[in-house]
Design a protein around this ligand. Structure first.
Ligand code: FMN
Length: 256
Protein backbone atom coordinates (compact mmCIF):
# COMPACT_ATOMS: atom_id res chain seq x y z
CA UNK A 1 0.00 0.00 0.00
CA UNK A 2 2.80 2.40 0.95
CA UNK A 3 4.77 1.57 -2.19
CA UNK A 4 1.69 1.98 -4.36
CA UNK A 5 0.83 5.41 -2.95
CA UNK A 6 4.44 6.59 -3.16
CA UNK A 7 4.66 5.52 -6.81
CA UNK A 8 1.71 7.73 -7.84
CA UNK A 9 2.05 9.77 -11.01
CA UNK A 10 -0.79 11.42 -12.90
CA UNK A 11 -1.33 9.73 -16.26
CA UNK A 12 -2.48 11.85 -19.20
CA UNK A 13 -2.02 9.46 -22.10
CA UNK A 14 -3.92 6.19 -22.45
CA UNK A 15 -4.03 3.08 -24.64
CA UNK A 16 -7.35 2.34 -26.38
CA UNK A 17 -7.95 -0.62 -24.03
CA UNK A 18 -11.39 -0.39 -22.41
CA UNK A 19 -12.16 -0.96 -18.74
CA UNK A 20 -14.64 -3.83 -18.54
CA UNK A 21 -17.92 -3.58 -16.63
CA UNK A 22 -16.87 -5.79 -13.75
CA UNK A 23 -13.59 -3.87 -13.18
CA UNK A 24 -15.50 -0.60 -13.24
CA UNK A 25 -18.05 -1.97 -10.80
CA UNK A 26 -15.27 -3.11 -8.45
CA UNK A 27 -13.73 0.36 -8.53
CA UNK A 28 -17.04 2.03 -7.75
CA UNK A 29 -17.88 -0.44 -4.98
CA UNK A 30 -14.49 0.27 -3.41
CA UNK A 31 -15.24 4.01 -3.56
CA UNK A 32 -18.54 3.35 -1.81
CA UNK A 33 -16.67 1.98 1.23
CA UNK A 34 -15.03 5.39 1.82
CA UNK A 35 -15.71 7.29 5.02
CA UNK A 36 -18.43 9.91 4.70
CA UNK A 37 -19.81 12.55 7.03
CA UNK A 38 -22.42 10.88 9.29
CA UNK A 39 -22.40 7.98 6.81
CA UNK A 40 -24.80 10.15 4.81
CA UNK A 41 -22.80 9.49 1.64
CA UNK A 42 -23.66 12.88 0.24
CA UNK A 43 -21.89 12.28 -3.04
CA UNK A 44 -22.67 10.96 -6.50
CA UNK A 45 -20.53 10.05 -9.45
CA UNK A 46 -21.46 10.32 -13.11
CA UNK A 47 -19.85 7.64 -15.29
CA UNK A 48 -19.04 8.73 -18.85
CA UNK A 49 -17.92 6.11 -21.37
CA UNK A 50 -19.94 7.06 -24.43
CA UNK A 51 -17.69 8.63 -27.10
CA UNK A 52 -20.17 11.38 -27.96
CA UNK A 53 -20.53 12.39 -24.33
CA UNK A 54 -16.77 12.25 -23.81
CA UNK A 55 -16.37 14.66 -26.72
CA UNK A 56 -18.68 17.11 -24.95
CA UNK A 57 -16.75 16.71 -21.71
CA UNK A 58 -13.52 17.23 -23.65
CA UNK A 59 -14.82 20.64 -24.77
CA UNK A 60 -15.95 21.55 -21.24
CA UNK A 61 -12.60 20.50 -19.72
CA UNK A 62 -10.56 22.94 -21.81
CA UNK A 63 -9.89 20.43 -24.59
CA UNK A 64 -7.56 18.28 -22.50
CA UNK A 65 -6.87 15.41 -24.85
CA UNK A 66 -6.74 12.84 -22.06
CA UNK A 67 -10.55 13.12 -21.87
CA UNK A 68 -10.81 11.70 -25.40
CA UNK A 69 -8.11 9.09 -24.88
CA UNK A 70 -9.26 7.67 -21.56
CA UNK A 71 -12.00 5.04 -21.78
CA UNK A 72 -13.58 6.36 -18.61
CA UNK A 73 -14.37 9.77 -17.15
CA UNK A 74 -15.85 10.05 -13.66
CA UNK A 75 -17.43 13.28 -12.46
CA UNK A 76 -17.70 13.38 -8.67
CA UNK A 77 -20.42 15.55 -7.22
CA UNK A 78 -21.43 16.84 -3.83
CA UNK A 79 -25.00 15.56 -3.57
CA UNK A 80 -27.52 16.63 -0.94
CA UNK A 81 -30.44 16.14 -3.36
CA UNK A 82 -30.90 12.47 -2.41
CA UNK A 83 -30.72 13.21 1.32
CA UNK A 84 -33.17 16.11 1.00
CA UNK A 85 -35.65 14.01 -0.97
CA UNK A 86 -35.52 11.29 1.70
CA UNK A 87 -36.12 13.91 4.42
CA UNK A 88 -39.03 15.39 2.39
CA UNK A 89 -40.70 12.02 1.93
CA UNK A 90 -40.51 11.38 5.68
CA UNK A 91 -41.85 14.86 6.45
CA UNK A 92 -38.76 15.49 8.62
CA UNK A 93 -37.30 18.95 9.14
CA UNK A 94 -35.33 20.02 6.05
CA UNK A 95 -31.63 20.88 6.02
CA UNK A 96 -28.44 20.75 3.92
CA UNK A 97 -29.44 23.42 1.36
CA UNK A 98 -26.55 25.63 2.41
CA UNK A 99 -22.79 26.08 2.17
CA UNK A 100 -22.11 23.56 4.94
CA UNK A 101 -24.23 20.99 3.09
CA UNK A 102 -22.17 21.61 -0.03
CA UNK A 103 -18.85 21.36 1.80
CA UNK A 104 -19.96 18.14 3.51
CA UNK A 105 -20.83 16.64 0.13
CA UNK A 106 -17.68 18.00 -1.52
CA UNK A 107 -15.43 16.36 1.09
CA UNK A 108 -17.34 13.06 0.83
CA UNK A 109 -17.00 13.15 -2.96
CA UNK A 110 -13.26 13.88 -2.97
CA UNK A 111 -12.54 11.16 -0.40
CA UNK A 112 -14.42 8.63 -2.55
CA UNK A 113 -12.55 9.83 -5.64
CA UNK A 114 -9.18 9.27 -3.98
CA UNK A 115 -10.20 5.78 -2.80
CA UNK A 116 -11.05 4.97 -6.41
CA UNK A 117 -7.71 6.40 -7.57
CA UNK A 118 -5.73 4.11 -5.30
CA UNK A 119 -7.85 1.10 -6.22
CA UNK A 120 -7.40 1.90 -9.92
CA UNK A 121 -3.63 2.32 -9.57
CA UNK A 122 -3.41 -0.97 -7.67
CA UNK A 123 -4.62 -2.83 -10.78
CA UNK A 124 -2.34 -0.99 -13.22
CA UNK A 125 -4.75 1.73 -14.31
CA UNK A 126 -3.65 5.37 -14.54
CA UNK A 127 -5.62 8.35 -13.31
CA UNK A 128 -5.59 12.12 -13.59
CA UNK A 129 -7.79 14.60 -11.72
CA UNK A 130 -9.29 17.54 -13.56
CA UNK A 131 -9.50 20.89 -11.80
CA UNK A 132 -11.30 22.18 -14.86
CA UNK A 133 -14.39 20.70 -13.16
CA UNK A 134 -14.66 23.95 -11.17
CA UNK A 135 -14.08 26.07 -14.24
CA UNK A 136 -16.89 24.35 -16.12
CA UNK A 137 -19.19 23.73 -13.13
CA UNK A 138 -22.18 25.59 -14.52
CA UNK A 139 -21.96 23.90 -17.95
CA UNK A 140 -21.36 20.48 -16.39
CA UNK A 141 -24.53 20.90 -14.32
CA UNK A 142 -26.50 21.45 -17.55
CA UNK A 143 -24.76 18.74 -19.54
CA UNK A 144 -24.96 16.07 -16.83
CA UNK A 145 -28.52 17.10 -15.85
CA UNK A 146 -27.56 17.61 -12.20
CA UNK A 147 -30.59 18.50 -10.07
CA UNK A 148 -30.73 21.15 -7.32
CA UNK A 149 -28.46 20.12 -4.44
CA UNK A 150 -25.90 18.45 -6.72
CA UNK A 151 -22.63 20.15 -7.67
CA UNK A 152 -19.59 18.79 -9.56
CA UNK A 153 -16.42 19.01 -7.46
CA UNK A 154 -13.81 16.96 -9.25
CA UNK A 155 -13.38 14.64 -12.22
CA UNK A 156 -11.08 11.77 -13.05
CA UNK A 157 -9.90 10.28 -16.30
CA UNK A 158 -9.04 6.59 -15.88
CA UNK A 159 -7.48 4.15 -18.31
CA UNK A 160 -4.49 1.98 -19.11
CA UNK A 161 -1.32 4.12 -19.22
CA UNK A 162 0.38 4.82 -22.55
CA UNK A 163 3.15 6.77 -20.83
CA UNK A 164 5.52 6.22 -17.96
CA UNK A 165 6.25 9.68 -16.55
CA UNK A 166 8.81 10.37 -13.84
CA UNK A 167 7.72 11.07 -10.28
CA UNK A 168 7.05 14.78 -9.82
CA UNK A 169 8.79 16.74 -7.10
CA UNK A 170 7.23 17.38 -3.71
CA UNK A 171 7.97 19.99 -1.08
CA UNK A 172 9.99 18.82 1.92
CA UNK A 173 7.72 17.15 4.47
CA UNK A 174 8.62 19.74 7.16
CA UNK A 175 6.88 22.42 5.11
CA UNK A 176 3.63 20.52 4.98
CA UNK A 177 3.66 19.08 8.48
CA UNK A 178 3.49 21.32 11.52
CA UNK A 179 4.07 20.00 15.01
CA UNK A 180 1.26 21.01 17.36
CA UNK A 181 0.98 24.60 16.04
CA UNK A 182 1.40 26.20 12.62
CA UNK A 183 4.97 27.33 12.04
CA UNK A 184 5.24 30.38 9.75
CA UNK A 185 8.28 30.34 7.52
CA UNK A 186 10.55 33.34 7.16
CA UNK A 187 11.26 34.81 3.70
CA UNK A 188 14.65 33.17 3.81
CA UNK A 189 13.16 29.77 4.63
CA UNK A 190 10.61 30.09 1.83
CA UNK A 191 13.38 31.00 -0.65
CA UNK A 192 15.61 28.20 0.45
CA UNK A 193 12.98 25.49 0.55
CA UNK A 194 11.40 26.47 -2.77
CA UNK A 195 14.62 26.83 -4.76
CA UNK A 196 14.69 23.22 -5.93
CA UNK A 197 10.99 23.27 -6.75
CA UNK A 198 11.43 26.46 -8.76
CA UNK A 199 14.21 24.90 -10.76
CA UNK A 200 12.53 21.54 -11.35
CA UNK A 201 9.13 22.97 -12.28
CA UNK A 202 10.74 25.49 -14.64
CA UNK A 203 12.77 22.75 -16.34
CA UNK A 204 9.71 20.53 -16.65
CA UNK A 205 7.57 23.25 -18.23
CA UNK A 206 10.35 24.24 -20.61
CA UNK A 207 10.74 20.65 -21.73
CA UNK A 208 7.20 20.82 -23.17
CA UNK A 209 7.67 22.49 -26.54
CA UNK A 210 4.24 24.18 -26.67
CA UNK A 211 4.66 25.58 -23.14
CA UNK A 212 8.21 26.74 -23.81
CA UNK A 213 7.02 28.72 -26.83
CA UNK A 214 4.20 30.28 -24.81
CA UNK A 215 6.57 31.28 -22.02
CA UNK A 216 9.04 32.77 -24.46
CA UNK A 217 6.38 34.75 -26.33
CA UNK A 218 4.93 36.16 -23.10
CA UNK A 219 8.40 36.94 -21.71
CA UNK A 220 7.81 34.78 -18.65
CA UNK A 221 11.03 33.78 -16.94
CA UNK A 222 9.98 32.36 -13.56
CA UNK A 223 7.63 29.59 -12.61
CA UNK A 224 5.70 31.80 -10.15
CA UNK A 225 5.01 34.26 -13.01
CA UNK A 226 3.72 31.33 -15.07
CA UNK A 227 1.41 30.14 -12.28
CA UNK A 228 -0.30 33.54 -12.03
CA UNK A 229 -0.25 34.30 -15.77
CA UNK A 230 -3.29 34.19 -18.05
CA UNK A 231 -2.21 30.64 -19.04
CA UNK A 232 -2.76 29.20 -15.59
CA UNK A 233 -4.22 30.69 -12.41
CA UNK A 234 -4.40 34.44 -13.02
CA UNK A 235 -6.27 36.64 -10.55
CA UNK A 236 -8.69 37.66 -13.32
CA UNK A 237 -9.56 34.05 -14.07
CA UNK A 238 -9.88 33.23 -10.37
CA UNK A 239 -12.24 36.17 -9.80
CA UNK A 240 -14.37 35.30 -12.83
CA UNK A 241 -14.65 31.64 -11.86
CA UNK A 242 -15.19 32.42 -8.17
CA UNK A 243 -18.13 34.67 -9.09
CA UNK A 244 -19.58 31.99 -11.37
CA UNK A 245 -19.19 29.38 -8.61
CA UNK A 246 -21.03 31.51 -6.05
CA UNK A 247 -23.86 32.19 -8.52
CA UNK A 248 -24.05 28.53 -9.50
CA UNK A 249 -24.00 27.38 -5.88
CA UNK A 250 -26.91 29.79 -5.28
CA UNK A 251 -28.78 28.37 -8.28
CA UNK A 252 -28.20 24.82 -7.01
CA UNK A 253 -29.48 25.80 -3.55
CA UNK A 254 -26.10 25.31 -1.90
CA UNK A 255 -25.06 28.73 -0.72
CA UNK A 256 -27.24 29.83 2.22
C1 FMN B 1 -7.75 18.78 -7.77
C2 FMN B 1 -6.77 18.49 -8.88
C3 FMN B 1 -6.99 19.02 -10.14
C4 FMN B 1 -6.12 18.73 -11.20
N1 FMN B 1 -6.40 19.18 -12.45
C5 FMN B 1 -5.63 18.81 -13.49
C6 FMN B 1 -6.00 19.17 -14.81
O1 FMN B 1 -7.04 19.80 -15.05
N2 FMN B 1 -5.19 18.77 -15.82
C7 FMN B 1 -4.05 18.06 -15.60
O2 FMN B 1 -3.37 17.73 -16.57
N3 FMN B 1 -3.69 17.68 -14.35
C8 FMN B 1 -4.46 18.03 -13.29
N4 FMN B 1 -4.14 17.62 -12.02
C9 FMN B 1 -2.95 16.79 -11.78
C10 FMN B 1 -1.85 17.61 -11.13
O3 FMN B 1 -1.27 18.47 -12.09
C11 FMN B 1 -0.83 16.64 -10.54
O4 FMN B 1 -1.43 15.87 -9.53
C12 FMN B 1 0.38 17.38 -9.97
O5 FMN B 1 1.06 18.09 -10.97
C13 FMN B 1 1.36 16.41 -9.31
O6 FMN B 1 1.75 15.43 -10.26
P1 FMN B 1 1.55 13.89 -9.98
O7 FMN B 1 0.10 13.65 -9.69
O8 FMN B 1 2.01 13.20 -11.23
O9 FMN B 1 2.42 13.57 -8.81
C14 FMN B 1 -4.98 17.91 -10.96
C15 FMN B 1 -4.77 17.40 -9.67
C16 FMN B 1 -5.65 17.68 -8.66
C17 FMN B 1 -5.43 17.05 -7.29
Amino acid sequence: MFDLAKAHRSIRSFTPQDIDDSSLNELLLTGLRSSSSGNMQTWSVIVTRDEKNKRELYKLHGKQKMVLEAPLVLTFCADVFRMREWIRLNNSKQSFDDLLGFLTGAVDAVIAAQTICLAAESVGLGICYMGTTWWAASQLIDFLALPEGVFPVTSLVIGYPAEDPALRDRLPLELIVHQEKYKRLSDEEIRETHAEREQKAWARYNAIESVRKKLEKAGITRVTDYYTSEFKYSKERHLRISKMLIETLQEQGLWL
